[in-house]
Write a protein that binds this ligand. Structure first.
Ligand code: NAD
Length: 501
């Protein structure tokens, strides 16, 4: 059990995060001091909390007594000295290392030697922040997500100085506050802000390369269960904020090309097209602006009745087999084929393995991966640049006949879902290899910190390490450079899957 269960908590910074942290600490029964350098800010945060919790009582979602007790436990502090007896400080001030370090130095002269220092920083190294403190071992990251009362995840971030017992105590404390805590090593972006980079970066690259439209990109990723597509999410977060995080991760990684920011996003930021908050980003939010539409589903008859073959095994081909049988289409099933999909005398319709349709032949079309939970039947596909119009039309008709809402995109390596998910898995694999977190920690962090429909290692389990490597190698062959280099951890998994043969 943590040594912090009954502790009195000082929250420094009464902005959006500090107010939320004070609320969850008080809700868990701790006496809380709330301090802000801006005079009146702590009281005003408390007033806002009063109003928002009052609204929950009015709706019957909280008991009036509980709210009164919670609010009574939070006291605005006029100075840090007021809270000198606190045994935990959670810092949620401005995101600047000098300001945070100065605060900790000041607090070392005020609170007792047993007081734990927890920083809610989203991007600053905990090791760097602790440098120069008399007791750097008591500083740990306690990274909440916005809005704090609703988001379940807390990343407990250890720097090189952090004592394991301090991290363990803060981990147990976060759990006692109803959160899911995940240990992280202090590295750029910690877990969530690191592993999520490709979700934005691959979408921006696909847009910049004119592979497809934002609405198709968003629909393809929502089809595998994401609540928001990358373009609408970027517009919601704000391109200025997202670009700043990307730049900070890029710089912190010594300009590793893996994390290179997007030129397209810089144009948006420079042009003030920041997203929803400025009225326009990737999408236009002006009143009366046309809402971009997805090509609608057409029901189609299976275009061929003879010479139809299914290739490869797995849930998708089993489902296709059932579909064809129900439609009265005769087919044979080549289960040990080296590709997955369907063929007729005039078409190979292949699930992407990363290679373009154009590199595979003239009568070839490729379609994207799908992962459960499927949110919709939207599916990206692309014909070879050498395919005849009839061949491309046949591919589109087959996908419609099989119940999809096919969206034709440019014939680019790994299409949309395979490219994005392969990169998310690869980033998570590197994080695990570098000891930033465990595979289970990465899964929980992505599901609870950014509402992913599955964790990167859930997707890996539904795919295969070799399949991910094939996609990354195909992307690397197309683009050359560091961006698509395969994580050594994934290579080890692929070797392990070969067994002892
Ligand atoms: P905010 O601007 O809403 O609030 C910061 C508050 O800190 C302000 O009220 C400011 O007056 C006060 N402050 C600044 N310097 C201070 C000092 N030296 N001493 C006392 N008070 C000081 O910011 P926020 O969004 O709540 O972010 C706070 C921290 O939480 C940052 O480190 C940020 O990176 C991190 N964070 C933010 C989010 C988010 O989504 N906003 C999510 C996770 C982590």
């Amino acid at each position: 059990m943590s040594g912090l269960q009954k502790t009195s908590v000082l929250v420094v910074g009464a902005g959006i995060m500090g107010a939320g942290i004070a609320q969850v600490a008080a809700q868990a029964g701790h006496p809380v001091w709330l301090y802000d350098m801006r005079e009146g800010a702590a009281q005003s945060a408390l007033d806002k909390l009063h109003a928002s919790l009052g609204a929950l009582v009015a709706k019957g979602k909280m008991q009036a007594d509980d709210v009164a007790g919670l609010l009574a436990r939070i006291t605005p502090a006029a100075s840090l000295q007021d809270a000198a007896s606190s045994t935990l400080v959670v810092e949620a001030i401005v995101e600047q290392v000098e300001a945070k370090r100065a605060l900790w130095l000041q607090l070392e002269g005020i609170v007792g030697a047993d007081c734990v220092f927890a920083s809610n920083t989203s991007s600053i190294s905990i090791t760097a922040m602790a440098q120069g403190l008399r007791h750097p071992e008591r500083l740990v990251g306690m990274h909440f997500f916005n809005p704090v009362p609703l988001m379940k995840l807390v990343e407990v971030v250890s720097g090189l100085h952090t004592a394991p017992q301090i991290a363990a105590d803060v981990f147990a404390l976060a759990q006692s506050w109803g959160k899911v805590a995940v240990h992280a090593r202090s590295t750029p972006g910690f877990i969530v802000n690191r592993i999520a980079r490709p979700y934005y970066a691959e979408a921006l690259a696909l847009l910049q390369e004119q592979c497809t439209s934002p609405v198709v990109l968003d629909a393809c990723l929502k089809a595998i269960g994401f609540r928001m597509g990358p373009c609408e999410l970027l517009d919601l977060i704000g391109h200025d904020t997202n670009f700043a995080v990307t730049q900070s991760v890029y710089q912190a990684n010594f300009f590793d090309k893996r994390y290179m920011p997007s030129l397209l996003q810089r144009e948006l930021v420079d042009g003030g097209l920041l997203g929803r908050k400025s009225g326009r980003g990737i999408y236009d939010y002006a009143e009366g602006a046309a809402k971009p539409q997805l090509a609608t589903a057409q029901t189609a008859e299976a275009p061929a009745r003879s010479g139809v073959q299914l290739h490869g095994s797995g849930a998708r081909m089993d489902a296709w087999g059932k579909h064809l049988t129900a439609a009265g289409v005769a087919f044979s099933h080549v289960r040990n084929s080296d590709w997955i999909g369907l063929s007729t005398p005039t078409l190979q319709l292949r699930q992407t393995d990363g290679r373009t349709a154009s590199s595979l032949g003239a009568n070839v079309a490729v379609f994207d991966l799908a992962f459960a939970p499927e949110g919709s039947r939207v599916l990206a596909w692309a014909p070879s640049v050498r395919a005849s119009a009839a061949c491309a039309a046949e591919a589109q008709s087959w996908l419609s006949a099989l119940g999809y809402q096919p969206q034709q995109v440019a014939d680019q390596s790994a299409l949309v879902v395979a490219r994005t998910v392969a990169m998310l898995i690869n980033e998570a694999a590197d994080a695990v290899q570098q000891g930033v977190c465990t595979a289970e920690g990465a899964n929980q962090a992505m599901k609870l910190g950014v509402n992913y429909p599955a964790g990167p290692f859930d997707w890996l389990a539904a795919w295969s390490a070799q399949g991910v490597i094939d996609v990354l190698n195909a992307l690397d062959a197309e683009y050359r450079g560091e961006r698509y280099r395969v994580s050594p951890w994934l290579r080890q998994q692929a070797c392990a899957a070969l067994g002892s043969t």
